[in-house]
Write a protein that binds this ligand. Structure first.
Ligand SMILES: Nc1nc2c(c(=O)[nH]1)N[C@H]1C(S)=C(S)[C@@H](COP(=O)(O)O)O[C@H]1N2
Ligand SMILES: [Mo]
Length: 299
């Protein structure tokens, strides 16, 4: 379970976390802008990042098992290099984009985002990555495209959870094109300025901070631009419980539990739950995407 004792971290991990926190302090002291300015409606000081230990040992990644500790336990030997993303569908330049080519074309930046799982736990995570829009522009999404579909690696030899039909493999997700192009939507390749660990979706995973965590698909190997709303793994499994949009919304409860509050991981057993914010605190930035939509119907 998540806790704050750090004695089981490697010294390399502790060093990365401490260096990162010191540098952040320096940056915010210098300018008062930077990550805070793009971290959503809250100021950077309100966003206390979870520890490296919290973020990398309490995970959902069903390809490695359904227990929160399984991804850390079993993802170590996933081969993440070489890696490539196949981009197809309604794009001008379809093809196989290697990680090297992608990383050579983009600028990696840090983003501190709130992260809210549909199971009503949350974290604050210092990602490194780049805007999904940058990759979509490399491929040249055509004007007829309405949606972007994503697919995770299928490799049961290395992903032991895929030997069981917990979900229909591979894990798939999707966004409306305007959601995919939104500047808050990133592809993450790092955590605390270090390479992203396998259990968090190495070498490249989506992060959509105003949506429930399951939209943030890990270890992506395929991206497709399409006119049709793509199927999504959790909607396929439980359509009554998980919609396509899955925007964080404290006013729309899950059929089996309240979404009004959340437990921030790593706060200890007796910490108070905190209120869940509309669009996970990013309302100012994203509410206009859903103008005129009934968010209780399109959940
Ligand atoms: N391929 C894949 N992506 C996935 C999942 C998964 O099981 N498989 N779980 C999702 C869920 S439910 C959550 S909450 C987040 C967890 O991300 P984290 O472990 O980095 O916190 O990943 C999402 N992406
Ligand atoms: Mo989740």
């Amino acid at each position: 379970m998540a806790h704050r004792w750090k004695n089981n971290l490697t010294s390399e991990e502790v060093t990365a976390e401490v260096l990162w926190l010191n540098r952040r302090q320096l940056l915010s002291g210098l300018a008062g802008i930077g990550v805070g300015a793009i971290a959503g409606s809250a100021s950077a000081s309100e966003l206390e990042p979870n520890s490296w230990e919290d973020i990398t040992s309490y995970n959902n990644f069903y390809e490695f098992g359904t227990d929160k500790g399984d991804p850390k336990r079993y993802a170590e030997n996933l081969t993440t290099s070489p890696w490539a993303i196949e981009i197809d569908g309604l794009v001008d330049r379809p093809g196989t984009y290697s990680m090297e080519d992608i990383l050579a074309a983009v600028t990696i930046e840090e983003r501190i985002y709130r992260f809210r799982c549909v199971e009503a736990w949350s974290m604050v995570i210092p990602w490194s990555g780049f805007e999904l829009a940058d990759l979509l522009q490399m491929a040249g999404v055509q004007p007829e495209a309405k949606y972007i579909a994503f697919e995770t690696l299928y490799r049961p030899e290395e992903m032991r959870g895929q030997r069981f039909p917990t979900i229909e493999w591979p894990y798939v997700e999707g966004l409306r094109l305007d959601e995919a192009m939104h500047p808050l939507t990133i592809l993450a390749t790092g955590l605390y300025g270090k390479t992203i660990p396998n259990q968090n979706g190495a070498p490249i995973r989506l992060v959509v901070p105003w949506k429930y965590g399951f939209k943030s698909i890990k270890s992506i190997v395929k991206i497709t631009a399409t006119t049709m709303q793509p199927p999504t793994s959790w909607n396929r499994l439980q359509p009554r419980e998980y919609g396509f949009y899955s925007n964080v919304n404290p006013g729309v409860d899950h059929p089996r539990w309240s979404q009004a509050t959340e437990r921030k991981v790593g706060q200890g057993l007796f910490a108070r739950r905190q209120p869940t914010l509309m669009f996970n605190g990013y309302e100012e930035e994203v509410a206009s995407l859903y103008e005129g939509m009934d968010l209780t119907k399109h959940y």
